[in-house]
Write a protein that binds this ligand. Structure first.
Ligand SMILES: *Cc1c(COP(=O)(O)O)cnc(C)c1O
Length: 356
């Protein structure tokens, strides 16, 4: 059996062109070729981040920066906005790092309301807030503008935002939303192999980091900034992935950021229409759904594991059978990365045939 094509929400299918770009001969990272490569990535990354700040490159998965951001910015008490597997885990990570941590917790499948964030922050004492924009486990897209406005109304409160499955699919507007750290892993919306995270830090975030003790080394924001000033990274980066990133950013520039977002909206709507036709209910509320993936409730009596297995064995397409505590009771389909109306139609045709 050949390897199935991934329609599961991360990692996603990687194009031949991206793999080919990654086969570039190796270069040393302390030389001018590397500086040119590093600099070439900045405009494209800054566009999709919506920032004028430098975008740093971390050789780690997203969790490295998610933990690192806390270690750089949090002082004492962290508020984690929890609405699914990834955002709930961030609360655990904050506690494991030794911070006092509390949450605004909603049921999985619901979004975080800005009012609830306001009420919790008004209790006082929080210096840092974590938010996942697109909660990949539930398909919910949180109200980034509304929540960031609330957080910024509390002075000296830092906002860390995970955009792993939203970056480049919708505007995230880091600067306009006054976000202090924005981060993403590259194996989801950016359709690269795993192993690299991209992030940017506001001027206020850098000031906060400077005064934070025990930032460590690998994720020290000050080290990243010092090296970024000379188009470099603190330690040896995943150079092959950077060539892949350069290729993807080239594709985004060619397609246009706006058309890329429209493509995601269209392909996402195709899956919504397919689900409605078969009576599959959405797990996320209308108006707050990610346009990068869809999470459906598994209907009673529907043999989800047979459906997923047959789709994989007969058609070579892999979708996902739910994540965390909603494994089995939900399933997810990704339209992230390079998927087009044509490739989504192939998946839909296969699923339709299986459902009869
Ligand atoms: C996948 C995912 C992560 C975790 O990414 P890793 O690359 O496994 O560290 C974090 N946040 C969100 C929203 C994700 O979808």
């Amino acid at each position: 059996m050949s390897t199935p094509k991934l329609f599961s929400p991360g990692p996603v299918d990687v194009s031949k062109e991206t793999f080919a770009a990654m086969c570039h001969p190796m270069i040393g990272h302390r030389g001018s070729d590397f500086e040119v490569l590093y600099a070439s990535l900045q405009p494209g990354l800054q566009e999709i981040f919506g920032t004028a700040r430098p975008v740093f490159l971390s050789t780690s998965s997203a969790w490295g920066v998610m933990e690192g951001a806390l270690r750089n910015l949090a002082r004492k008490k962290v508020l984690c906005l929890c609405c699914g597997a990834f955002s709930d885990k961030w609360l655990d990570v904050a506690k494991k790092c030794g911070f006092e941590a509390d949450s605004v917790q909603v049921a999985w499948g619901e979004e975080i309301s800005p009012e609830a964030v306001h009420a919790k922050l008004a209790e006082g004492g929080f210096d840092t807030v974590t938010l996942i924009h697109s909660e990949t486990s539930t398909g919910v897209l949180n109200d980034l503008a509304g929540i960031s406005k609330v957080v910024k109304s509390f002075p000296d409160t830092m906002l860390i935002v995970d955009t792993v499955s939203s970056l480049s699919t919708v505007p995230v507007d880091m600067d306009a939303n006054c976000i202090d750290v924005m981060l993403a892993g590259v194996q989801k919306a950016l359709a690269l192999p795993p192993g690299l995270a991209v992030f940017a830090v506001s001027a206020a975030g850098m000031e906060r980091a400077k005064g934070t003790a025990n930032r460590g080394y690998y994720f020290d924001f000050i080290e990243f900034a010092k090296n970024a000033a000379v188009n470099n990274t603190p330690s040896t980066p995943a150079i092959s992935l950077l060539y892949g990133l350069q290729q993807i950013l080239g594709e985004i520039a060619k397609e246009g950021f706006g058309p890329r977002q429209q493509r995601h909206a269209k392909t996402n709507a195709m899956i919504a229409t397919w689900g409605a036709k078969h009576g599959f209910e959405m797990f996320a509320p209308a108006g707050r759904r990610s346009s990068a993936l869809t999470c459906f409730k598994t209907p009673d009596g529907f043999d989800l594991s047979a459906f997923i297995k047959n789709l994989k064995n007969q058609y070579g397409f892999l979708i996902n059978g739910g994540y965390g505590k909603i494994k089995g009771s939900t399933f997810r389909i990704s339209n992230m990365g390079n998927e087009t109306e044509a490739t989504m139609q192939e998946l839909i045709d296969a699923m339709d045939t299986l459902l009869g």
